[in-house]
Design a protein around this ligand. Structure first.
Ligand code: AMP
Length: 614
């Protein structure tokens, strides 16, 4: 495929804000792409060159990108920099300057997606002496052959600023739209949908049928994506074999699975009403690790599906010694353990193990214990469909004796009193609370369906749980805080239905001075001049930031508010947090894993319910 075709689509998509229109445009593009190139197209939409877990970083600093633009356009570095100061977007600068190039290129070939990809890959993988110059040369080479619109995106990719406003959900919607004609021919699917619509009036059925069919296809795609986090390879299979291609998408050690999520309920009694007899486990406050073993090769993934194997050498080592299977995928929570006192360190200490430097030294000083709570795969068998109680039995057999990998503490009961006692004991030990688990439930990848229910100690403050919000902007500090460059954060929750981030709180308390400085440093890297594409907010911060960072927040209650857009329906008020305070930065969560609008709305309803005693 010519890169120009892709760049023109990027351009069209950037202009529209309606998700429906975006989906239509994407579907049209996927129709055009060939099956060999589609994976690359998908990765570029995701702003990456390979699935995220492969960690191919294309990052190039602005200075070097400016140099490449200068090289390709014939303008000086100073001129390029001046244009950047005016426009605030190097993509637009490249587009403009290459449009009125001072020098004609000696050689310019029509760019293919493959060629662009190849150079970007070289930029990503070259390191060591002379690599900066090589990166500049590779980027300039692309720009030399690029038309202005191509230049805009060629520059934005290595800067990590594609700004298309498209998330994975919209990409999957577009696939579903494309596959609808095929689905209509599928007898089994159509029969299923017809059966579900039997009760509907005949005149409504036709339209509903199409909608339902599309939703089913979408669900099938997402179901596979949840267990195989590589949307590029899924797209390739769909393109080659249609819906049948999904059959070849398998769970495999080395490819992360989306973690199952916990619901929340405020009391032990409600947990028992919901689950009946259930397993109740201690809730450890560390970080969640998914361990993949393939012979002697061990990969460890974070909750965000980043490959963090290098950070935890002692865990990888223990996996080789303690796990009694050739191949396995299992999950646990890792905590730093203080051997001197026999106690677990608080989260602030554990989190220091998430680092790229001094790994060995830190592993000695703060060795981790991994508390395992689930197994998903063992020696060629996908165990996700088994009921939890059977998975737990398998897990108990899988983990051999040792200090580093152990099982979570757990009891089985249907007595709220016993749960409460267990909760109090856990909290006394310095743990976060408990997680109750449905004994009969399968492992539900990427979703929250009351298979797990958490009860945390923070429920004793006004809100029944903390809320994980996404930072979408920040305000400059006033008075004392001017020196940090940041005084308050504007944060949002995630709207899964619309794939957008909706504002819920302005947070100015709970941060130490050090944290304010750290936040400023972290956020200025993803600063934007304009409101980012997937953000809905009427409050205007001093600086917008790309929705990337998740902050855990506590608050007194959820209130209605005309200022915020979370859970706002036409003409009505949205929801906001009252007296929000930051608890910590959640480096383990992706923005799409933050608390959702739906959850906040449910918490709001429950809170009313408690207050009025209904
Ligand atoms: P939260 O992040 O507050 O929604 O709570 C869910 C998280 O608790 C999971 O993602 C795990 O990281 C963590 N966790 C701690 N202990 C357990 C356990 N015994 N079972 C499952 N998850 C646990």
């Amino acid at each position: 495929m010519h890169f120009k075709v892709l760049a023109e689509f990027f351009g069209k998509i950037e202009k529209v804000s309606s998700r429906l229109k975006m989906t239509d445009l994407l579907a049209e593009l996927f129709e055009k792409a060939d099956s060999d190139g589609i994976a690359k197209v998908i990765y570029l939409f995701q702003g990456q060159l390979a699935p995220a877990f492969e960690q191919v970083e294309i990052g190039m600093g602005e200075k070097f990108v400016e140099e490449a633009i200068a090289k390709a356009s014939g303008y000086t570095r100073e001129e390029v920099h001046k244009a950047y100061k005016e426009k605030g977007d190097l993509g637009l600068v490249a587009e403009q300057l290459l449009g009125k190039k001072k020098q004609k290129s000696l050689f310019s070939a029509e760019l293919s997606v493959e060629k662009v990809f190849r150079n970007l890959m070289k930029i990503a993988t070259s390191e060591g002496q002379g690599s900066q110059q090589l990166k500049i040369k590779l980027l300039a080479e692309l720009l030399n052959s690029a038309s202005p619109i191509e230049a805009r995106y060629i520059v934005r990719i290595p800067l990590g600023k594609m700004r298309l406003g498209i998330g994975d959900p919209t990409i999957m919607d577009a696939f579903a739209l494309n596959l609808l004609p095929e689905a209509k021919k599928g007898k089994k699917l159509v029969k299923e949908v017809k059966a579900e619509l039997k009760e509907k009036k005949p005149e409504k059925r036709k339209e509903e049928e199409e909608r339902k069919l599309r939703a089913k296809v979408r669900e099938m795609i997402e179901g596979k994506y949840n267990v195989h986090s590589d949307l590029g390879s899924i797209a390739e299979k769909l393109k080659k074999h249609g819906l049948d291609g999904l059959k070849n998408v398998e769970i495999r050690p080395g490819v992360p699975i989306r973690p199952t999520l916990a619901e929340r309920l405020p009391t032990a009694r409600e947990i028992v009403e919901k689950l009946g007899k259930c397993a109740v486990e201690a809730k450890y406050d560390g970080f969640r690790l998914a361990v993949h073993k393939d012979g002697s090769r061990v990969s460890i993934f974070s909750r965000r599906q980043e490959n963090v194997t290098e950070m935890f050498p002692e865990v990888a080592e223990a996996v080789r010694k303690q796990v009694k299977a050739e191949k396995a995928i299992f999950e646990g929570e890792a905590l730093a353990f203080n051997e001197e006192t026999g106690e677990y360190y608080p989260f602030q200490v554990t989190i220091q193990r998430k680092r790229k430097y001094d790994v060995g030294k830190m592993a000695k000083e703060f060795p981790l214990t991994l508390f395992c709570f689930d197994v998903l795969y063992e020696d060629g068998k996908n165990l996700m469909q088994l009921p939890f109680k059977e998975r737990r039995e398998k897990l108990e057999k899988l983990i051999g004796k040792g200090k580093t990998i152990v099982l979570t503490d757990s009891i089985i009961t249907d007595d709220p009193k016993k749960i409460e006692k267990y909760f109090d004991e856990s909290v006394e030990k310095g743990l976060e609370g408990i997680i109750a688990k449905d004994l009969e439930a399968p492992y539900i990848a990427g979703a929250r369906k009351f298979a797990w229910i958490k009860l945390k100690r923070s429920y004793r403050s006004e809100l029944s749980d903390t809320i994980d919000t996404v930072v979408i902007g920040y305000f400059k500090g006033r008075g004392q805080r001017t020196k940090f460059g940041l005084g308050a954060l504007l944060t949002a929750v995630y709207d899964e239905k619309e794939d957008r981030f909706k504002s819920i709180a302005k947070i100015g308390t709970g941060m130490s001075e050090q944290q304010l400085a750290d936040l400023h440093k972290m956020l200025s890297k993803s600063k934007q001049k304009k409101k980012p594409a997937r953000v809905d907010s009427e409050l205007e911060p001093d600086s917008w930031v790309e929705p990337r960072h998740v902050i855990e927040v506590n608050a007194d209650e959820i209130t209605k508010s005309p200022m915020h857009t979370a859970a706002r329906e036409k003409g009505k008020e949205g929801l906001a947090l009252r007296f929000p305070r930051m608890v910590k930065i959640r480096q383990d969560k992706k923005p799409e894993q933050a608390t959702t609008v739906k959850e906040v709305a449910a918490m709001f309803k429950r809170q009313k319910h408690v207050k009025t005693g209904e």
